[in-house]
Structures are given as structure tokens and as C-alpha cells.
Design a protein around this ligand. Sequence first.
Ligand code: SF4
Length: 377
Amino acid sequence: MLGLYVHIPFCSAICNYCNFNRGLFDAAQKERYVAALLTEIRARADGSPADTLFFGGGTPSLLEPAEIAAVIDACRQAFALAGDAEITLEANPETVTPERLAGFRSAGINRISFGVQSFRDEELQRLSRLHSAARASEAFSMARAAGFENISLDLMMWLPQQTVAHWLESVDALIALGPEHASMYLLEIYPNAPLRDAMARSKWSLAPDDDAADMYLSGLDRMDKAGYVQYEVSNVARPGRASRHNLKYWTDGEWLGFGCGAHSTRHAVRWKNLASTEEYISAATAGGRLTADRRPLSAEEQLEDALFTGLRLNAGIDLRAVKLRYGADVWALYGGELQVFVEEGVLVYDGRSLRLTRAGMLLAHEIMTVFIRSTVR
Ligand code: SF4
């Protein structure tokens, strides 16, 4: 079944490390944008079955509950959205109130994903986040009180000035709240990020690489002990609570993206919508072309994608499924170069699947280059 993704590109302030497709909130522009989204969804209606809908951003929780309800309704009319579809809203802690959360719930949202990033106030301030640790905990409690039984919290590690002990404080605070799902990412600071200047000005530094590896491994170890199950490089969940939507990206699934900059992959074709919010609104309103880039995926690209994303999963690459779908014998193609990783204990090959060990996940990029090198040759 399809996954549906809706991009909401508005934020109350721009975080100093953020490289997403977003801009500052403008109420008038938001209204025009929601109208454009509804137009796009209706124009692409084909009644196909879908079982996930994900509002990502940006900060989707800046939309009014009635606007979220209108988008969900448009998706229900345009596609055969399953009765038990997973419908996720990404939210920033400072944007929610009990009333807004109740509104999102009655609009049809049944999963909420809070961008917490850290439970230490000085770290949040260094990242120019608008919320405090206390506000994040309060938002979580409000969401529970509003009836959300499926909540995810995002944390980031390897923050400026962060030690392993600081990181584990955030992990422990997350565990104490008891969400159903958690994402734990290493902060990547892109070349022109304002955070780089802030770090230079304030003489903030990053912990050594070994400490970053320790953060990753010890954080996951605590999540294991608390009963969470890692299912992807950066994601853990209570049993049965893995993100059904994100799994479509990682298991060779198909999805349609709506809104500016949204990507879609379907029938071996990939396309991307216009990235600029204003250009997107103008094109959607005028009934014009919304896609900036549309191309069929070659058989090699599809295989490469399946290998890349499969290796991100704890279950690994299902070699038989790849053979059936792409006719490729992965071990015959790449085994010669992968053997060294198996011998180092960072990759497991058992004839049926190929998967990274947890230590191997730290080397995922290096191991995946084998697939690129081999495909290029
Ligand atoms: S809230 Fe999220 S999308 Fe918005 S600027 Fe911050 S990191 Fe970027």
C-alpha cells in the first residue's frame, strides 16, 4: 500500500543547524499553502489504497487542527486510506496546547512525533530551539492526556559541548517519559550552518569521534534495557510500534509526497515537487506543473536503493526478496568486497540476509560504498 507524505514548510524560528526545506511562518502564506495542498491532493486522486499519512516539515503542528482535518479529509477522498491508517503529525513542543492536541486528535491524527532533541536546557539553547526541557515533558504529558497512545520523541547526539554523560541524561529522561518510539540521530552540521559560527564565537566544541561512537552505542544499550527494540540505524520502538510510514522508505515501498519539495516514488519513477513555497503555491493554484524533476529509475538504481535502505534495517537485506524482485544475487555480486566486513564482525551474512551489527551501523556509510563502487563499475 502507498504511504502519503504532506510537507508543511513553516517554522516559528529557524534553528541554527537546520537544513530542511522550511521558512518562517506567515499566516497569510500558510492559508494559501493549505489551499494549494488541497488542490494538489485532489488533482492526484486515483483511489489507490494507502495505509500511512505523515505530516512532516517544517513544523506541521503550526497548522490549525481544522486545516489538518481538511488535508486528511482530502486524502481520504482522493485515496483509499485504510481505516487503521497510521496518521502522524510532527510537532514542536512549544506549539501544542491541550486544546490544539485535542483538535489534532479529532482531526484524525493518531501518532505524534515531537522534535525534542535534548532534555538539557543549555543544549537546546545552543541549538536555538524555542522550547525548554520542561516544556518538552509537558507537551508529552499533554499529548497523553489528549489520548495519544502512539508518541515518538526525537533526540540528537553529538551536540556542541555535549559529553557522553550529558547525552545519557537525555536518554534517561526520554525513557522516564515512556514514548512508544524514539529516533536518535547524530547531529550533522552542514558547511554554512549558522551553528558553525556560533560554535566559533562561543568556543564550543564537539566531543571526539570515539565519544560520538560511545554515545550511539551506550544510548542504544539503555534503550534495549528499557525494553525498546532497535529496528533501524537511528530508530527504536516498543514491539509493534515501528513507524509504518518510515518503513516504506526503507523497505522498497512506494509513496506519494504533497507540498513543496516533497518526493514521490511510484512504479519505478521518482519525482520531486518544486522546492520553493511560493513557486509551489503559484503552480498549484494555476493548475500548472508541480514537479521539478521526474525520472524513471534504472534497474541498477532500484537495486542500489533496495540495498542501501535494507542495510539500514536491523533485519538487513532480505537476499531472497532482492533476488526475486531484481534478479540479483547480492553475495555473488558484492561478496568479494563485503567479506572483509564480515570477518571484522561488523556485517553478518547467513545466506538468507545481510545485516549490520550494531558496531557495523557506525560504519554504515563506509560499507554501503561497496554497493556504489560495484554498481558504477
Ligand atoms: S523546527 Fe525543525 S524544520 Fe524548523 S527550523 Fe528547526 S529543525 Fe528546521
